[in-house]
Design a protein around this ligand. Sequence first.
Ligand code: PLP
Length: 452
Amino acid sequence: MTDLLREAQRRAEAYRSEISERRVAPTPENVARLEHLAQPLPDAPTDPVEVLRLLDDYGSPATVASTGGRYFGFVTGGSLPAALAATWLASAWDQNCAFRIMSPVASRLEEIASDWLRDLFGLSPQAGVGFGTGATMANFAGLAAARHALLARAGWNVEDQGLFGAPEIRVIVGEEVHISLLKALTLVGFGKARVTQIPADSQGRMRAEKLPPLDDRTMVCIQAGNVNTGAFDPAAEVCARAQEAGAWVHVDGAFGVWAAVAPARAHLAAGVAAADSIATDCHKWLNVPYDCGLIFVKDGTHLRNAMTFNAAYLEATPEREPSHFTPEASRRARGVEVWAVLRSLGRKGLVEMVERNCRQAARFAEGLRSAGFSILNEVVLNQVLVSFGTPEQTRRIIEEIQRDGTCWCGGTEWQGRIAMRISVSSWATTDEDVERSLGAMVRIARGVLSGR
Ligand SMILES: *Cc1c(COP(=O)(O)O)cnc(C)c1O
């Protein structure tokens, strides 16, 4: 075991120390070499040291260097040193975080991290917190809590009776709703097509003045952080109206909610804390390894009632059982890395990370604008949308930037225009990474536009 783990450490160290110099997307040749791993399942066992060698020799070169500082695709965090190290230890522990009795440490770390997070986001101690795989499942859990609460109020036990014959619940979403929220709506049985869509403004923010009259059989889904623009739906206004009417407000805050911790950005997330449920990711802006997302439900009993389960071999305890707050039963101890990162960064370090990424996004926008390209969004957070010219030109330039390998950005369509999307979400991104990436973007764009 000792030699094997040393070998794993050596290879992991080499990977992480080389990441800042390697190209971001793997070469097609390195992707093709993955077929070396596709031999028929061997009959005889293989030495784990050899298994590790195969993984590193063929696997590592085919990774996307998203944990380095120059990956700006989708909304992707890296993994902080404290998180990576904590993951190693937690993997050695191999704890099942379903019940306290299975892992006192995993359960307790979730609770401590939950306390810290409630404090950071200004949530009350009554808020229930579940640790799941990501924002999609966090949205799912939040919607399930909403379904429970709204239907219980209407005298219907949805956990027992299901949705057939249940009183109708109206679901309202913004025009710019994230696809994962629509998926979550399908999973909880609300359907993604029977929603009422509210128009959005030029930044993708829900226009709250277009909301229909709300009531206590309505759920309003808003977002904190649009995946394209980084813009926020007007949470304060929506929550005030919903509360008056007894409607439920769910916030998809996969990355944007973290703005709330940074004094200079907190205004964007104003009102989010008043929502009934809030979903977020930790593997994005908190920079813990995959996979980790959180659901907060203001009145934690709704989440617990939606997620709880019991069996004769499970003794009821008065304490918090982790699996009573998530869809999963057995799962890995995600609270370990969340605790480790928060403990390692402290409040100041967390604020600094969020602020730095926002500042870097602003620098991208400024650099691209001064090179003559159009920035399509108000850069309020960590997201930048840039058009390099015609749709064809922009698409070509995105392809060339991806092929070049200095950095990686994806494409998108924003209100009818093709754009490249830059998302700055990694602790590992240095100002030098930004300048180097900006240099590559401008060089490549000019090359394509001049027909070189
Ligand atoms: C990334 C994202 C999601 C989905 O999160 P996963 O962690 O991939 O499940 C949902 N909503 C928004 C706004 C996102 O940015």
